[in-house]
Design a protein around this ligand. Structure first.
Ligand code: NAD
Ligand code: ZN
Length: 360
């Protein structure tokens, strides 16, 4: 008797609801069967004046006892100090194990609320109500939560899955233009890594998407979520395949860091996609025509394919100091044909320098 096996929690799954208002939120919350429980809506100072009333109106139709907590908006506040503020609010309001949190906001609110839920009393439940395009297609799905630590992005965190994700496409109306474009960076990435058809569909509906027509945006969000969910389902803890979601992120992160986060995440990812597509061309994985298609699609959604004011050497150094190394070689996501991302560890410094020159 030297070994005893302990099973991990089995067959857990959750739903993403695609809606055009908040009207079904009460129904989804009631279906959780948490009668008389408490819920804390965590949101930020930009989203609260826009949507907190509408969400509270839904909560009035449920048996939940609700409170809200408003974080100061922005990545600069995604830190442990602000998390302490949420913990205090939960303690003062006697939140216990069976109570839950709701994240109403973009990726910052989602990551922070998820992290609070993962750690408060060793873990309580939470739901995601994402309000940015980036959060609706990316950060609210997959269970990654966390905060920044000093200058290090997402350094402290946990995997913690929501009970459901409720994406109301109407809230995208109030999203500032650059935030919408930033979200499009992740959307076009989804096409590049997994579906040529989706990339074509995006180009075919460029006009409606740019105008943020709700029906088309909802379809787009659905299609993107199908791709993200399929990838994370196959690899929930990022041991392998999930890495393909990092397409464009290796050089993208370096640019983001060197620009002191003054450029939006999706814009940096787009620049990184352009560089990774160039590397794929150089390796013979993409034809010249396919490479041009990638650049055309990024341009179509007003995403940048070049960055100004940075030196090639700095981008190379920062890219290499990133954590995605595999036995001394940088682990890179390339395209083996449009719609098919692969993991590659064969790139040399010369290859990288050439690709970085291409985006400078
Ligand atoms: P964000 O949460 O800062 O939101 C962007 C801005 O839009 C903020 O000022 C916010 O207040 C405002 N806003 C939100 N919804 C609005 C609306 N409907 N109308 C008007 N304004 C609105 O940023 P983001 O781009 O949503 O998310 C970025 C964060 O997500 C980063 O911290 C990143 O690390 C994280 N992220 C996490 C994952 C993950 O898997 N967990 C994936 C990608 C990104
Ligand atoms: Zn990203």
């Amino acid at each position: 008797q030297e070994v005893l096996q302990v099973k991990k929690a089995g067959d857990f799954h959750y739903n993403i609801f695609f809606e055009k208002s908040f009207e079904k939120l009460s129904e989804k919350l009631n279906a959780l069967n948490k009668k008389g429980r408490k819920i804390c809506i965590v949101t930020d100072s930009n989203v609260a004046p826009l949507y907190l009333d509408a969400v509270e109106k839904e909560l009035k139709k449920t048996d939940f006892i609700y409170t809200s907590y408003v974080l100061p908006a922005g990545e600069a506040n995604k830190n442990l100090k602000e998390i302490e503020g949420i913990y205090e609010h939960l303690i003062v309001n006697h939140f216990d194990r069976g109570d839950l949190l709701a994240a109403l906001g973009g990726g910052v609110v989602g990551d922070m609320t998820g992290f609070t839920a993962a750690t408060y009393l060793r873990g309580i439940d939470f739901v995601q109500i994402p309000t940015t395009l980036l959060a609706q297609v990316d950060s609210s799905i997959g269970g990654k939560t966390g905060v920044d630590f000093g200058q290090y992005k997402n350094m402290v965190g946990a995997f913690h899955q929501p009970l459901f994700v409720y994406a109301n496409v109407q809230v995208l109306k109030t999203l500032p233009e650059t935030e919408f474009i930033s979200g499009m960076g992740e959307v076009v990435k989804h096409g590049f890594i997994r579906s040529k058809d989706y990339s074509q569909w995006l180009l075919d509906h460029k006009q409606e998407i740019t105008e943020r027509q709700p029906a088309i945006c909802q379809e787009m969000i659905y299609k993107s979520c199908v791709i993200k969910k399929t990838v994370v389902e196959n690899d929930p803890l990022e041991h392998g395949e999930r890495a393909v979601l990092n397409f464009g992120h290796t050089i993208g992160h370096a640019v983001e860091k060197l620009k002191d986060f003054s450029l939006h995440h999706g814009h940096c990812v787009a620049i990184g996609c352009a560089a990774a597509a160039y590397l794929s061309l150089k390796k013979g994985f993409l034809s010249k025509e396919e490479y041009m298609q990638v650049l055309t699609e990024l341009n179509a959604f007003h995403l940048p394919v070049k960055v100004s004011g940075l030196s090639c050497e700095d981008i190379l150094m920062t890219t290499k100091s990133d954590k995605k190394m595999d036995k001394g070689h940088i682990r890179f996501i390339l395209l083996q044909g449009c719609g098919n991302a692969v993991i590659d560890t064969s790139l040399s410094d010369e290859d990288l320098t050439e690709a970085i020159t291409e985006i400078c």
